[in-house]
Design a protein around this ligand. Structure first.
Ligand SMILES: NC(=O)c1ccc[n+]([C@@H]2O[C@H](COP(=O)([O-])OP(=O)(O)OC[C@H]3O[C@@H](n4cnc5c(N)ncnc54)[C@H](O)[C@@H]3O)[C@@H](O)[C@H]2O)c1
Ligand SMILES: [Zn+2]
Ligand SMILES: [Zn+2]
Length: 406
């Protein structure tokens, strides 16, 4: 079968690989009818999420049909149409029971302390072969998969595999109450769904920071007031917009590959931090080869930029929600300022299985049209060129679905 395979930093290929087989009685094999490319995949190809094993199939977003089930795969039957949540869970450990399915004690083959188990990630997350493939083995199929209503299309469902639940998780742990001011940093697909979710939770004014015109336009379509960090200082602007108070809730939907401003009033300050950012880059990208790949797969040049802006922009006693991914090697955070402001912080990998069923209902009830975020559908055969266009933030390529039927 065809699959997108990680060979090394900056080196991914569409390879012919053997089809997966049932390995455990709790497994299912899913024939994927849709998968997608995510900002998380970019961290791995750029080397800012280290520890990838050569040969791992990439991708953690998928929709498909169950092709085969193990002897204890629960209620699922061959032919069932499912969304595959990015993270795996057992459904019954103390973490799963309390809604922390992404910290399940039993899903990660590296043991209880290893953290989140997800498809197509570094060795520490499994590794479990991913979903940018014709077929995938889904461990712990019964507690992990979610059956789809017939009326939900693949285009809608693929957004529920990871990015809508993650955006919702970000808004949920930001503790948004009706009327609260919220700032979402990053208007990639995850940030856009954080905006949608903040509004679902009743936020008052929602602000959004990025610099890419097409993404800022999407954020405005979704009801956010936007700030371009290359023309305005996001912290100063947010303070002005909130009568000097700051925003009550901030969501970091950027993560380690943050860029620093190249112009505008925030440029000088950020330029002065260039050597600190360089140190952070060395820490977060230990395997980086320094190769430039012709301008492709370029890591962010300011890993702690968004964390710093968010802490500065928050009101006293506000809440910071971090859903942008940082690797274990990232240590820089403005802890003193956060402490002095009595901030609350919540973060982590989305417990997808907690949110997916209720978000399917939200979409079926017509409360949210997730298709606003899906901009591009490409044939699976063109996966590598699609990755390159998404990595380069080509205008209009906000969320990319890969379709094996095209
Ligand atoms: N926590 C989770 O469970 C989870 C799940 C999925 C994705 N993620 C993470 O969410 C993040 C976003 O994912 P995505 O698919 O939207 O990625 P993306 O790479 O498409 O989007 C990131 C956006 O951040 C913007 N950005 C860069 N520097 C910035 C800055 N200084 N200030 C404001 N914006 C800036 C970029 O222009 C881009 O639009 C990634 O880190 C991804 O790994 C986390
Ligand atoms: Zn994803
Ligand atoms: Zn569990």
């Amino acid at each position: 079968m065809k699959a997108v395979v990680f060979h090394g930093i900056g080196d991914i290929r569409l390879d012919d690989v053997p089809e997966p087989k049932i390995e455990q009685p709790t497994d299912a094999i899913v024939r994927l009818t849709a998968s997608a490319i995510c900002g998380t995949d970019l961290h791995m190809v750029r080397g800012t999420m280290p520890g990838m094993e050569a040969g791992t199939i990439l991708g953690h977003e998928g929709v498909g049909i169950i092709e085969e089930v193990g002897s204890s795969a629960g209620d699922f039957k061959v032919g069932d149409r499912v969304v595959v949540p990015s993270t795996l869970c057992c459904g019954h450990c103390s973490y799963c029971a309390r809604g922390y399915q992404s910290q399940c004690d039993n899903a990660n083959p590296n043991g209880k302390q290893a953290g989140t188990a997800f498809f197509g990630g570094p060795k520490t997350t499994g590794p479990i072969n991913g979903l940018q493939a014709e077929f995938a083995r889904v461990p712990l199929a019964d507690p992990s998969l979610v059956k789809l209503p017939e009326a939900m299309t693949d285009d809608q469902a693929i957004l529920l595999s990871d990015i809508f639940p993650t955006g919702y998780f970000g808004a949920d742990v930001a503790e948004i109450k009706p009327g609260d001011s919220v700032c979402v940093f990053g208007c990639g697909p995850v940030g856009l769904f954080a905006i949608v979710s903040a509004r679902l939770l009743g936020a008052g004014r929602v602000f959004a920071v990025d610099t890419l015109p097409d993404r800022l336009a999407k954020a405005r379509d979704l009801g956010a007031e936007t700030i371009d960090f290359n023309t305005e200082h996001p912290v100063e602007r947010l303070k002005t917009l909130t009568q000097g108070i700051g925003v009550l809730r901030a969501i970091d939907a950027v993560g380690v590959d943050a860029y620093r401003p190249e112009s505008g009033p925030a440029y000088a300050e950020s330029r002065a931090l260039k050597s600190q950012f360089k140190e952070e880059q060395k820490e977060t990208e230990p395997e980086g080869s320094g190769a430039t790949w012709g301008g492709q797969w370029v890591p962010g040049d300011a890993p702690s930029q968004v964390l710093t802006w968010a802490v500065q922009a928050l009101a006293k006693a506000g809440t910071l929600s971090i859903i942008g991914v940082y690797p274990q090697t990232m240590t820089r955070f403005p802890i003193g300022m956060a402490m002095m402001k009595n901030l609350t912080m919540q973060m982590g990998n989305c417990p997808h299985r907690k949110y997916v069923p209720r978000l399917i209902e939200t979409v079926m009830e017509g409360k949210v049209d997730p298709l606003t975020v899906l901009t591009t559908i490409e044939p699976m055969d063109d996966a590598i060129s699609a990755y390159k266009a998404f990595d380069k933030r080509t205008s209009g390529w906000v969320k990319v679905k890969l379709d094996p039927k095209l």
